[in-house]
Design a protein. Structure first.
Length: 740
C-alpha cells in the first residue's frame, strides 16, 4: 500500500512539473512550506561513517528527515543506504528529496592521481575525463554532489591541502577549474552520470599564514583579486552548481560570515545563482574565531552574509526560526537560500524521480570498471615529472640482467591512493604497487631484488646494511622514497619538507655503492631534496598516482610512455624561501645573479632561485624552440584584431614525445607593480622524433588586463615582452606594444 501511495504521489509531482519552469515550480513549493520546513532545507547532516570533523551523535536523524527537517546528507553512499534515507524523505509532508554529497576529490571506486599531481599533466582534456569518470562512478553509488574541485591557489607547500588543488598559478588554476567543473557536471545536471560540483574554499584559504591549516589569511584586496579569485570566477562562469566557504578569516572577517565575499561579490557582482554551503561546522566555529558569542549569533552572521546551507553544525536548525520570528533575519533571506537549493534539486531531476541515482545495476557496473582503470593508468603516466636524467639513465632496458627495488614505498599499496581518496574494504587489493608494476614489465630472466631499507618516518637504520648488499647485486637500483599517504591533506601542515625519517641517509648509503640510482619521490606536496638533486642521476616525481600507480610508474621507467609532465608549483631549496612563486613582483634592488650580494634583495646564505621552477619537466627526447614571430608589434586596446604568435617546436631527440609549450608576458610599466612574468597561454602537443610543428597562440587586449589600485579591471597602454619556452625559464622572447 505504501509503495502504491508513493507511486501516486510521484505521478502527481510529475504532472505538476509538466509545463512549468523550474522557477515557477520552486516558487509554488516555497509558498506551501512552513518556516520549519524551509530551515530544514538549509540543514546538512553527515552519516555516521568516516568524516573530516566530529560527527554529532544524533539517533533522531531519520525522524528529522521524515519530518522534512534535513535538506542534504554527506558521507552516505551506496544505493541501499541512499535509498533508505531518500525513502525517509518521501515520508515528509511535501516529499522534498535529499541531496547526497561526498568528497569525491580524485576518483571514487577508481582512484586517479591526487589533483596536484594530475595538474602536472597540463592536460585539460584528461582532467575533464577523470572528473567525469569519478562522477559516473559516484553517481552510480547514489551520490549527486561532490565537494570538488578545490580551486585554491597555493604558494606554500607547508600547507597540506596543496595536494588537493592545481598549484600556484591563477591562469593554469582557472583552466583546470573549468575542466574539472565540466567533467563533474558532464552534459548537464539531471544526467545520471553527472554530479553537482562545488568550487572551494571561498576564499584565500591557500594563503593561510605560516602554511598552517585553518589559519588566518591577510592580504591586500589587489592580491586577492589578481591571484586567488580568478579560479573561482572561472568556475562560476563555467556554471559550477555550488560554492563552499573557507574555514579561514580573510582580512579579519571569517569567510563563512563574509558579506563582501558572499553577497557583494559572488551573488552580487558575479550574479552567481547557485548555493553556498559552509565547510564542516564552520558556522559554529565563528564563535571560536571571535565574531559571535554563541550559536544564535553565529547563525545570524552566516545567513545574513550569504551562507545558504549549514554543514553539520546545527546552528541554523536550532536558531534560525527564532531569529526570523524576532525580526532579526528577514524571511526573504531564508527564502532566497531555500530557493537556490530547491532549484538545484529540480535540476538534478530529484523531484521527478528521487531515486534516479539509486539503480543497483549501475552500481554493479561501476564497481570494477576496467576502462576506468585504463584511464587511471594514463592519468598516472601523464602526471609523472622527470626532474633529472643524467647520461640518459632512463628509460631502463626491460632486458636488464638484474634490478634492485629499495625503499619503504616499493611494496606500498594504500599509500598510492594519497589523501582524500574514498575508502572501500577491498582497497588494498585494488591498487597496483610499484613492485607489482615493475615485475610484470621485466623480462622473465631478469633477477629482481628487493629490500625495504627503512620505514617512512622513524630513526631506525638497522635495515641499511641489507639494503646496501641488495643494491650491490643489481645492475641498476630504483629507490622509492617520500611521504606516507596521510602526511599530506587536510590538517597535515608541516614545517619540515625534507624526506621524512632516515630516508635521505638510506639514499646516501645506496648511492655510495656506485650503482646507478633512479629515485622515485612519492608525495602530496613539493619536498626538499637538495642532496639528491646534486648527486642522484635520475629523479622522477611520482606524487600519489592512484589505483594504477605501479603500472603507470613502470610504463615511464621502461619507456612505454615518455614523460611529459610539468611542475604546477615551484619547488623551493629551503623552507626559508617560502612562499615562493614564479610570478613575483620585482623590487627596486633585484640581484643580477646569485653573487650580487651588496644591498640587493636576496639571502646571504642561500640562492634566491628555486630548486625547480614552475612549468619545469624533462622528457626522454629533446625539444628546440625557434622562429618566434608576432603578427604585429602593436596591439590596440580598441581593436578586436588579436596578436597572433607563432613558434616552431622541433623534436630533435631520439624518441617521440609530448611537450607543453608555454607563453608568458611581462608588462614593464603599470599604475601598480606588475609581475616579472605571467603565464598567458599553453598547449600540450605530440611531436614525433625529427618532426617540427608550428604552434599558434592568440592574444588580445583582454588577456592583458589587470586590477589597478582601485580594483578596476583595466588595460593600460605600454611595452610588453612576450616569452616562449618549455618552463617559466623561457628560451625565446620578443617585444610588442599595447596601444590605445
Amino acid at each position: 500500500m505504501n509503495k502504491v501511495c508513493w507511486i501516486i504521489s510521484l505521478i502527481v509531482v510529475s504532472l505538476s512539473l509538466a509545463g512549468q519552469t523550474k522557477e515557477k515550480f520552486v516558487d509554488n513549493l516555497l509558498q506551501k512550506m512552513t518556516l520549519e520546513e524551509k530551515i530544514g532545507q538549509l540543514n546538512q547532516y553527515s552519516g555516521d561513517g568516516f568524516a573530516t570533523g566530529k560527527v554529532t551523535v544524533d539517533p533522531s536523524k531519520l525522524s528529522q528527515i521524515e519530518r522534512g527537517e534535513v535538506g542534504a546528507m554527506l558521507n552516505v553512499f551506496g544505493v541501499e543506504n541512499v535509498r533508505k534515507l531518500q525513502q525517509a524523505a518521501m515520508k515528509s509532508r511535501l516529499k522534498i528529496p535529499l541531496i547526497f554529497g561526498q568528497d569525491v576529490i580524485h576518483g571514487f571506486r577508481t582512484t586517479f592521481p591526487i589533483p596536484l599531481g594530475e595538474a602536472a599533466s597540463w592536460d585539460l582534456n584528461l582532467m575533464e575525463k577523470t572528473a567525469h569518470t569519478a562522477a559516473t562512478e559516484a553517481s552510480a553509488y547514489g551520490i549527486n554532489w561532490t565537494f570538488a574541485p578545490m580551486v585554491d591557489i597555493c604558494r606554500d607547500p607547508r600547507w597540506g591541502r596543496i595536494m588537493e588543488g592545481a598549484g600556484e598559478d591563477p591562469f593554469l588554476g582557472s583552466k583546470i577549474a573549468v575542466a574539472r567543473v565540466k567533467g563533474f557536471q558532464g552534459k548537464g545536471l539531471g544526467q545520471t552520470d553527472a554530479v553537482m560540483a562545488c568550487a572551494k574554499h571561498f576564499a584565500g584559504y591557500g594563503a593561510a599564514i605560516g602554511g598552517r591549516d585553518y589559519n588566518t589569511v591577510d592580504m591586500s584586496r589587489l592580491q586577492l583579486n589578481e591571484v586567488y579569485l580568478p579560479p573561482f570566477k572561472a568556475a562560476a562562469n563555467a556554471g559550477v552548481a555550488t560554492f563552499m566557504n573557507a574555514f579561514n578569516a580573510l582580512n579579519g572577517i571569517p569567510s563563512t560570515a563574509n558579506t563582501y565575499l558572499l553577497r557583494d561579490l559572488l551573488k552580487g557582482e558575479w550574479k552567481y545563482s547557485g548555493f553556498v554551503v559552509s565547510d564542516w561546522a564552520s558556522i559554529k566555529e565563528l564563535i571560536t574565531q571571535g565574531v559571535a558569542s554563541n550559536r544564535k549569533e553565529a547563525a545570524f552572521e552566516a545567513i545574513t552574509a550569504g551562507c545558504d546551507m549549514d554543514m553539520e553544525s546545527r546552528c541554523y536548525r536550532e536558531n534560525l526560526k527564532s531569529l526570523v520570528l524576532d525580526g532579526k533575519v528577514p524571511v526573504s533571506i531564508v527564502d532566497d537560500a531555500v530557493r537556490r537549493i530547491l532549484i538545484k534539486k529540480y535540476e538534478l531531476g530529484l523531484f521527478s524521480d528521487p531515486f534516479r541515482f539509486c539503480q543497483p545495476e549501475r552500481e554493479l557496473q561501476q564497481t570494477n570498471n576496467t576502462q576506468n582503470r585504463q584511464l587511471a593508468r594514463e592519468a598516472g603516466e601523464k602526471s609523472i615529472v622527470l626532474l633529472r636524467n643524467e647520461n640518459q639513465l632512463l628509460p631502463l632496458n626491460k632486458t636488464l640482467k638484474s634490478l634492485a627495488l629499495i625503499g619503504p614505498l616499493v611494496k606500498s599499496t594504500i599509500d598510492n591512493y594519497g589523501s582524500w581518496s574514498v575508502h572501500f574494504p577491498d582497497d588494498s587489493s585494488r591498487v597496483v604497487s610499484l613492485y607489482e608494476g615493475i615485475k610484470t614489465k621485466l623480462n622473465p630472466e631478469t633477477k629482481l631484488y628487493y629490500s625495504k631499507g627503512c620505514n617512512i618516518n622513524d630513526s631506525d637504520e638497522s635495515r641499511f646494511e641489507a639494503a646496501v648488499q641488495t643494491a650491490k647485486m643489481a645492475d641498476v637500483v630504483v629507490m622509492s622514497l617520500g611521504e606516507s599517504w596521510n602526511m599530506s591533506g587536510e590538517s597535515k601542515s608541516k614545517s619540515n619538507l625534507h624526506l621524512p625519517g632516515v630516508q635521505e641517509n638510506l639514499l646516501k648509503a645506496i648511492y655510495a655503492t656506485g650503482k646507478p640510482v633512479v629515485l622515485l619521490i612519492n608525495a602530496g606536496r613539493p619536498l626538499i631534496f637538495n642532496w639528491a638533486s646534486d648527486h642522484v642521476p635520475a629523479i622522477l616525481y611520482t606524487w600519489w598516482l592512484g589505483s594504477e600507480a605501479g603500472n603507470a610508474i613502470a610504463d615511464v621507467l621502461f619507456g612505454d610512455y615518455n614523460p611529459s609532465a610539468k611542475l604546477p608549483v615551484t619547488f623551493p631549496r629551503a623552507e626559508g624561501q617560502i612562499p615562493m612563486y614564479y610570478d613575483h613582483f620585482n623590487t627596486g634592488r633585484p640581484p643580477k645573479d646569485d653573487n650580487d650580494m651588496i644591498y640587493t634583495s636576496r639571502y646571504i646564505d642561500l640562492p634566491i632561485t628555486p630548486a625547480y621552477v614552475f612549468g619545469y619537466g624533462l622528457s626522454y627526447t629533446h625539444f628546440s624552440f625557434s622562429n618566434l614571430k608576432l603578427s604585429t608589434s602593436r596591439l590596440s586596446i580598441k581593436s578586436s584584431e588579436p596578436l597572433v604568435v607563432d613558434v616552431d617546436v622541433t623534436n630533435d631527440g631520439g624518441y617521440d614525445g609530448e611537450e607543453v609549450v608555454q607563453l608568458y608576458v611581462r608588462d614593464w610599466v603599470g599604475s601598480v607593480v606588475r609581475p616579472v612574468k605571467e603565464l598567458k597561454g599553453f598547449e600540450k602537443i605530440s611531436i614525433k622524433k625529427g618532426e617540427t610543428k608550428t604552434i599558434h597562440f592568440k592574444l588580445n587586449a583582454n588577456n592583458l588586463k589587470f586590477f589597478n589600485a582601485k580594483i578596476k579591471w583595466v588595460n593600460e597602454p605600454g611595452k610588453y615582452t612576450l616569452f616562449m619556452g618549455d618552463s617559466s625559464n623561457t628560451v625565446l622572447e620578443t617585444n610588442f606594444e599595447l596601444t590605445e
